[in-house]
Ligand binder design. Structure first.
Ligand code: SF4
Length: 92
């Protein structure tokens, strides 16, 4: 249904006839680490994520897995892990 709260006018799975069904009754604003992500969008009410109702939760355990601006970081992390594994294999 179409949101009538903080992301007014956007189609949203949490919207219902009884209003927003997400905890607290609306999405939470993006966090600082979302800066530069193409999924963040400015509304009259502030900046919100088009894909996640609570951006802080997406960053709680590391990088947001659907962010559009951290691809290089993810690749670097993967390379670090692979290099670490090679070292361990060579050490044994
Ligand atoms: S996709 Fe992740 S990084 Fe991008 S705006 Fe949403 S929560 Fe923030």
């Amino acid at each position: 249904m179409i949101c009538t709260t903080v992301r007014n006018g956007e189609d949203c799975v949490f919207m219902s006839k009884n209003g927003c069904s997400y905890k607290g009754g609306s999405c939470n604003a993006v966090v600082e680490t979302c800066t530069g992500c193409n999924r963040s969008k400015e509304y009259e009410t502030g900046w919100y994520c088009a894909a996640a109702p609570d951006p802080a939760l997406k960053w709680k355990n590391g990088n947001c897995n659907i962010a559009t601006h951290v691809t290089i970081t993810v690749k670097e992390e993967k390379a670090k892990h692979e290099n670490g594994n090679k070292k361990r294999i060579n050490e044994s």
